[in-house]
Design a protein around this ligand. Structure first.
Ligand code: GLC
Ligand code: CA
Length: 567
């Protein structure tokens, strides 16, 4: 058994790169990214310096939610390739020192999964695999009556679907074609453990577990008169027990694993990620990505509350650390708009915004995740028409917002800011047609800025976001203080206009790092110039020495600066 300290060092020295397979690279001109497309780009990824690739689901699926609706956990969806393609990718990655992490979507299956299809025939064994509830005796298709609860699907509408042939409802926290599994049934748990063992035996390095903190539903189903139902099933009654069993029975304790934790708490994430609890290696939480939601509503825009952002980072960093938890560090994934478009000013400060956000999280305590294209400073595509969107959630909400009284223009504006498709546009490889992603017609449009924002240009440019990310990875690998040092947030001097500054210290023995990021487009001077005395510049996104004026250290628009004092 490795010691806790060794474990921290291990997790703290690694960087994960997320690949949204569909949009990464297309090898056969059908317009859809695929496994061979990834193999073709492995040298690029090795050059960046990442340790693991998290691949989004490439399993057999009708693709109603782009693969998060799995119809067979053990086979490769033909549009993404074959099992041989997977094995080749795995071997070629290994040769370059890169491991694969697979995405396990275990809260639900596609309604095309064999289990659900058998349930539909009325087979009691498989009915018990899902959350079926009897409808009223006189219910029928035209008039199914009230659903079992008023819970709202994450993709809009009620979370229950009526099946006339069974006269039952089934629960779907996501799309109607994503039926929630019944984790209270031990047979379901054993089936899923076996799926993990199957992929582990194929030599993968780790796993990401999709919305895994939603798997344990309450025994008693009740309406939620305060919210959308999530408080009943989030971090649910048996969640820790089920996770421990999954990890133990599939033999993945100590591997690199991460759980996607929806609307979770620090207390739960400590248990999810403290090695002594034998659950997962780390957790994604999303609180910092809701600071621009008006009253927590994703579909109501408000400017990002940077004070709230700082305070969330502070509590997650400090409290998780104090209790032996471990954070996954990230701004971006396939469900989020591009962070530079969202939190920064890509018109006037594209390079600074992109790199400031990167350094702000990469120097924290935890394991950083880079979402494909983030290292290039890819932006939201700026689509101008709803026909350009593909995502089920975006399309649903464009309609729901209008049903709620928004004009088509208002609804479109909100969707354009919040759509998951903002980050799902093809990776911009070069300045050729379709950004080098495909020679066919891409399944979703390419952002028009690919002629300047692309990998070919940036790999050759020492002042590009790509070069900056590469440097951040090198710095993490070179500095034990970043891998395993303690973390403490530093307050700005009282009375300074520093609401948008995030500053923290990392310490290990006598070595100290001070990381400061200005997330605003104006100068901020939160500290006396003397805070920099004797410090060596470790990371900076402005040329030249740190700027001091009238005895104050000045952080320019979207400036990030990390200084180190070596013990
Ligand atoms: C996760 C995935 C998202 C998917 C959802 C349902 O949030 O990241 O893409 O739609 O789970 O599986
Ligand atoms: Ca393809």
């Amino acid at each position: 058994m490795e010691s806790t300290q060794e474990r921290v060092r291990e997790l703290g020295s690694k960087v994960v790169y997320q690949i949204y397979v569909r949009s990464f690279n297309d090898s056969n001109a059908d317009g859809i990214g695929d496994l061979r497309g990834i193999t073709q780009r492995l040298d690029y990824l090795a050059g960046l310096g990442v340790d693991y690739l998290w691949l989004t689901p490439f399993f057999k699926s009708p693709q109603n939610d782009n693969g998060y609706d799995v119809a067979d956990y053990r086979s490769v969806e033909p549009m993404f390739g074959t099992m041989e393609d997977f094995d080749e990718l795995s071997q070629e990655a290994k040769k370059r020192g890169i491991g694969l992490m697979l995405d396990m979507v275990f809260n639900h299956t596609s309604t095309e999964h064999e289990w659900f299809q058998k349930a539909l025939t009325g087979d009691p064994k498989y009915l018990a695999y899902y959350k079926f509830v009897d409808a009223a005796p006189n219910a029928c298709e035209e008039d199914p009556g009230e659903p079992p609860t008023n819970w709202v699907s994450k993709f809009g509408g009620n979370a229950w679907q009526y099946v006339p042939s069974l006269n039952k409802w089934y629960l779907h926290l996501f799309d109607r074609t994503q039926a929630d599994l019944n984790w209270d049934n031990p047979e379901v748990r054993h089936e899923l453990e076996d799926v993990v063992r199957f992929w582990k035996a194929k030599g993968v390095s780790g796993f990401r577990f999709d919305v895994v903190n939603l798997i344990s539903k309450p025994a008693e189903l009740q309406n939620d008169y305060e919210g959308d139902g999530r408080r009943f099933y989030t971090d649910g009654p048996h969640i820790h027990e089920y996770l421990q069993e999954l990890v133990r029975e599939s033999g993945i304790d100590g591997m690199i694993t991460v759980g996607e934790m929806s609307s979770t708490s620090i207390a739960n994430c400590i248990r999810y990620s403290n090695p002594e609890c034998h659950e997962l290696a780390m957790a994604f939480n999303f609180h910092h990505l809701k600071v621009d939601y008006d009253h927590g509503n994703k579909w109501a825009l408000q400017p990002a509350d940077l004070g709230e952002l700082r305070s969330l980072f502070k509590s997650w960093q400090e409290e998780m650390t104090a209790a032996g938890g471990w954070n996954a560090l990230f701004w971006s994934n396939h469900d989020q708009p591009r962070p530079n478009s969202r939190f920064g000013d890509v018109q006037n400060h594209w390079y600074q915004t992109t790199t400031a956000l990167a350094a702000c999280t990469h120097i924290m305590r935890g394991t950083p995740y880079i979402y494909q294209g983030e290292e290039l400073g890819m932006t939201n595509p700026g689509f101008t028409s709803i026909d350009q969107y593909r995502d089920v959630e975006s399309i649903n909400y464009y309609r729901i917002l209008q049903d709620e009284g928004k004009t088509p223009e208002e609804a479109f504006h909100i969707v354009a800011e919040r759509s998951r498709d903002d980050s799902r546009t093809p990776v911009q490889w070069d300045a050729t047609q379709n950004a080098g992603f495909t020679t066919g017609t891409p399944w979703i449009g390419v952002a028009s800025n690919y002629t300047t924002i692309n990998a070919a240009a940036e790999v050759a440019d020492p002042h590009s976001p790509y070069a900056f990310y590469k440097h951040l990875i090198e710095v993490r690998k070179a500095e034990p203080v970043i891998q395993e040092g303690d973390v403490r947030f530093v307050d700005a001097d009282p009375g300074t206009d520093s609401e948008g500054v995030i500053a923290y210290e990392r310490t290990l023995g006598a070595t100290r790092v001070l990381a400061m990021t200005n997330l605003t487009s104006h100068d901020c001077a939160p500290f006396a110039a003397s805070v920099a005395n004797g410090g060596e510049v470790l990371v900076s996104n402005y040329e030249g020495a740190p700027l001091a004026r009238e005895g104050r250290l000045v952080l320019r628009p979207f400036e990030t600066l990390a200084l180190i004092w070596r013990g």
